[in-house]
Write a protein that binds this ligand. Structure first.
Ligand SMILES: Nc1ncnc2c1ncn2[C@@H]1O[C@H](COP(=O)(O)OP(=O)(O)OP(=O)(O)O)[C@@H](O)[C@H]1O
Length: 433
């Protein structure tokens, strides 16, 4: 890691933002000297160094500020045109609904954010959540973007009731599902999908969305503050016919009453036609000019960083994972859908292929598991479909295979025996560096 020494001073007028891109392997320090500023809704404190690496961020100020940036940014510029006022207005409209919900002891807004890839859906989710938190709300963040895994690991569908501010440096972090995530005092709920896109297994994806919605609803029934604070749902960028099917399913499962369409005219028109009815509002918001398209290499790098942080933590909060040798017969490795599908030609005439999309199959351990990241299910029995709908205890990484001895070495965030024996195999691999 390199850290350039000479700090650079930036003076921002009100409603301007400093956009910076920092490469992986480079550390940049950011300090708010005077005024106020925020990173995706999280306020910065004055005279404290915030450190960023491998990130693309906007430091926005409502009232003007002076910033010091130390280190090399691959991109750095001030923008004076941003859609932040419309995002704030969006928040104020949601706040009205929350006020009403608090008075009636009812349900706060359930907001679904949709749009193509790289339009700023996750960034807008963070902002709306942070603004709600700043008003002492306790919104629930639902992350249905299985390619990214904002809260836990890529491949998961998660929900977290937020109670504390989201970290400016780390975002939601990459906490273990066995521990509260950044911004929350409660453990996140995570279900394992195991693929980068809902397209890879639509039936399983919809099943898990229903299951997650059911769990979130049960939690909200018991918690009045969280209920009136509402839900913000971040989605992945699928907007073709499969995407529409998945969006319709999410709207139904979570009883969504506000759909925010980000940066896509046709999608807005289609969402209005398909879903606008009494009680459901469809709102169009502009994409920020600062949103950066991330190429597959950058996304892969982000994914690797996420996995690394899960086991080793961050420079601010280091973790030491445990390495354990396990016998093949002490666990059952399972996978679902695609990987286990027989070719269509092998199916009996007239058989519905969709049946096998949620069929669970056992996987023989062996060399092919090397470098895989597996999700540990909380299930104690392998009964279908219950096992698919059981949430996760955490993740393990297979660092070595000793096939002749029928053993493997696994890395886990907890010491000792891994308490659960059913482990999900998805498409997630990681080469520990
Ligand atoms: N105003 C901005 N200035 C600079 N960078 C930004 C800004 N807004 C967002 N970004 C960055 O742009 C990238 C894409 O944004 P984001 O992840 O919010 O998009 P997304 O629509 O959720 O993407 P996807 O659904 O494809 O994962 C991120 O790295 C984010 O930090």
């Amino acid at each position: 890691m390199t850290t350039a020494t000479a700090p650079k001073e930036w003076l921002l007028d009100e409603e301007n933002e400093l956009r910076i891109e920092i490469d992986f392997g480079t550390k940049v320090k950011l300090r708010l000297v005077t005024g106020t500023a925020e990173v995706f809704g999280t306020e910065l404190a004055q005279k404290i160094d915030y450190e960023f690496s491998g990130r693309k961020i906007a430091v926005f100020t409502w009232h003007g500020c002076k910033l010091l940036v130390t280190g090399h940014c691959s991109v750095e510029y001030i923008a004076n045109e941003t859609p932040m006022v419309s995002y704030l207005n969006m928040h104020l409209a949601l706040e009205q609904r929350r006020l009403l919900a608090t008075q009636n002891k009812g349900q706060g807004p359930r907001v679904l954010i949709v749009g193509p890839n790289d339009v700023g859906k996750t960034s807008l989710s963070k902002m709306l959540l942070s603004y709600a938190l700043r008003q002492s709300r306790q919104p629930t963040y639902v992350d249905l973007d299985c390619s990214e895994g904002s809260i836990t690991m890529p491949g998961c569908l998660t929900a977290t009731p937020l109670t504390e501010m989201i970290d400016a440096e780390e975002g939601f972090g990459s906490s273990a599902t066995s521990a509260p995530t950044a911004g929350s005092a409660v453990m996140p709920l995570a279900y394992y999908f195991g693929f980068p896109s809902p397209k890879d297994n639509v039936k399983l994806y919809n099943l898990l969305v229903s299951r997650l919605a059911h769990s979130v609803n049960r939690r909200l029934e018991e918690d009045e503050t969280a209920r009136s604070s509402g839900i913000i749902i971040d989605t992945n960028g699928l907007i073709d016919s499969t995407g529409y099917e998945v969006i319709a399913h999410c709207i139904k499962a979570f009883a969504v009453d506000v759909i925010v369409v980000l940066g896509h005219e046709r999608l807005y028109s289609d969402m209005t036609r398909l879903h606008k009815k009494a009680g459901v509002a469809v709102i169009k918001l502009a994409k920020s000019g600062g949103v950066v398209e991330r190429d597959p290499a950058f996304r892969r790098h982000t994914q690797n960083q996420k996995i690394r942080e899960y086991f080793y933590g961050t420079s601010k909060n280091e973790l030491a994972p445990y390495s354990t040798m396990i016998n093949y017969h002490d666990m059952e490795i399972l996978r679902v859908g695609e990987g286990s599908l027989a070719p269509s030609s092998a199916l009996p005439i007239g058989e519905d292929r969709k049946v096998s999309e949620t069929h669970v199959v056992k996987v023989e351990p062996g060399e092919h598991l090397l470098h895989s990241v597996l999700a540990v299910s909380n299930a104690d029995k392998m009964t279908e479909p219950e096992i698919l709908e059981t949430n996760l205890a955490g993740f393990v990484y297979i660092s070595e295979i000793h096939d002749a001895r029928k053993k493997m070495t696994v890395l886990s965030p907890c010491p000792g025996r891994i308490p659960k024996k059913f482990w999900w195999l998805g498409s997630l691999k990681w080469a520990e560096d």
